[in-house]
Design a protein around this ligand. Sequence first.
Ligand code: HEM
Length: 483
Amino acid sequence: MKNQHLTTNQGAPITDNQNSLTVGRDGPTLLQDHIFLEKLAHFDRERIPERVVHAKGAGAHGFFKVYKDMSKYTMAKFLNNPTKETPVFVRFSVVIGSKGVADTVRDVRGFAVKFYTEDGNYDIVGNNLPIFFIRDAIKFPDLIHALKPDPISNIPGDSAKNNRFWDYISLTPEATHMITWLFSDLGTIKSYRTMKGAGVNTYKWINFEGESKLIKYHWIPMAGEKTIDRFEAEKLAGIDPDIASRDLFDTLAKGKTVDYELRVQMIDEDEDDLDFDPLDATKTWPEKKFPLMPVGMMTLNRNPQNFFAEVEQVAFAPSAIVPGIGFTNDKLLQGRLFSYTDTHMHRLGKNFLQLPINRPIVPINNNMQDGPAQYLPNKGTTNYNPNSLNNGNPHPVPFSGKPEKVKAEGTIKRREIEKTNDYEQAGERYRSLSKTQRDHLVSNIVDALGYAKKDIQYRMLNNFLKADQDFGRRVAKGLGLNH
Ligand code: HEM
């Protein structure tokens, strides 16, 4: 390898970066030692704010290929051409703990995919579980506060054994369904390669005719789905806390690939004979009625070259969509459309989309300018539209589809959705589990809820009984509660 000279960040040669500059052997260090000051000042600023949720993660590069032209359903170009490989970057994450959290703790896992398409970046920012705790984004800060460490002691502990968490959940009936997923063994994993993914929110696919369908995304791991039980999870948290991150890195470093199939469920927008609201993120869509249609394959094949530059600085946003994809009135999604870009500006700065990992592969043309860390300035003097000095450039793109039909009218008010149906799917889910899975679910809940105050335990019990009598009775027995 060629010899490299040590330099400052200004490019000046450094003759010694191990001894600071002093007057005489024992004299004070000089303020003029710019080499020393630059080195310390840079070190002092190495950390950026950790993500407010999903702080610990692991990432990988790869590509996505659609199986066949999906233009019947969506005009998204990356879903229209089966010969095309669209580059992707994926970040898997643990939600609640800070950056040093163990990979195996009971938690939801993030599954975020960035597609670098010819129409700009498209992000599917999903999780491993197909539903969520709440259905309205205005509740999200409360949910996360209840899960994160106590604001007085700041003791992270085990968020599943947190009195404050159960207090909040017991007063949030729509979360009962999520508890039946999170406290099954799907809440404890040791590999991201054997974990499913889900978009959770309801999006739209829109075709060239302006026709749209409601859709939900699913990622199916080609290596099969695997979980561990809480005893193994607790043991691994002690002896091998980074097991899932390392497993992904080592697999790719050995030249192997990690593959997930993208599948989609669809519902017609005028479908109204369901006993739940298809825009409610606390609900699954029954697979028998709405089968999972295979769409394409994602292949991860390359590790990041630098963790900070790529995994830490990558910025996903549900609002990053391309033509052919649409938003719905899913109230959780609507809030997410604001929150991610807002936090990126805080975490990474206004020009975060100029970072190589976030930069679209297509040219960016508009008149937005300046701001901190601007290094892709627009060229020329006509930084405004309309203009004649630059032939009107950049021009709006002619619209190629048909306008989407949306109906919206009503009084402006804060209100719940109509079909809340908070317990039915929780009961169905319990009854769909095998005997062993039910045993683990009940035992995991009893273990964690046992740390909560009695009145909170009773409130939770009431919710479980409403979901399924047997489920509730077994939790009551485990906790020694009367019912
Ligand atoms: C209203 C509900 C939600 C809000 C307000 C919200 C907000 C946030 C915020 C602020 C971040 C940090 C982003 C960053 O610093 O880069 C984040 C990360 C993330 N969220 Fe959400 N979130 C919500 C619900 C969800 C749901 C339902 C999912 C799954 C479908 C999800 C998946 C993720 C993932 C995967 C990340 C990590 C992205 C990465 O790897 O960088 N979130 N969320």
